[in-house]
Design a protein around this ligand. Sequence first.
Ligand SMILES: O=C(O)CC1=CCC(=O)O1
Length: 269
Amino acid sequence: MDCIKVGDIVLHYRARAAANGAATIVFINSLGTDFRIWDAVIAALDADLGVVVYDKRGHGLSSLGQTPYSVADHSGDLAGLLDALGISKAVICGLSVGGQVAQQLYFERPDLVSGLVLCDTAAKIGEPNFWNQRIETIARDGLGSVTDGIMERWFSMDFRASGDPLYTISRAMFERQPVEGYLATCAAIAGFDRRADTASISVPTSVLVGSEDGATPPELVRGFADTIPDSDFRIIEGAGHLPCIETPEPVAAAIAAVVERVTKKEHAQ
Ligand SMILES: O=C(O)CC1=CCC(=O)O1
């Protein structure tokens, strides 16, 4: 197990060094998940690519810190992790709130970002009221009281009905996470709105969404992608909010396409 202290937060991470001059991809997990959600995507990537996965604060094995959080707290952790690992530039791939952390990192530390893969995310997700209600419900009744509704947002109907053991362990990942970190990150999402800034993103970017995403539906994500000048928008058929678990191959293909665009851009400079 690898960990590193960034400010007052201990981050649990795993890293594989890039080989033969290949790029490094950094993955940021979504609300209520940990870095294991990327396992199948990473297995489908070119083995020369460097990889960093980590549990954002309040998730997985990373520590809790002061609550509630902002998305800037999360992106500050990531910048600190990359600085500590000596990674000066990477393609940043984030899912949902992880995609918001990726956007924030780009706005705060563009030197670290060569390209973006933004999965099932937007510059603003839901109204603050929606998140405040979720915080209230879970603080009162516990995570288990919302599991079924969250699974409907996370996964396609077919996957939920399939009996796939991946669905069973995904439910367990949701219910066994640290509640305080989850609620603190709901508050971070409630406070995040970078809609005025996305037109200034100028690195190769791919924006993906599952066709059955119940949390950030395709039309929301398409509208988000339309505001990013150098972006490519892809709908992943048959997936919900977590295509990295349901359909990892097209996620890996989108990452490979961004790496190719980044490499071409670097050679042209
Ligand atoms: O829990 C959800 O509704 C899905 C989600 C929204 C933001 C995020 O990271 O996950």
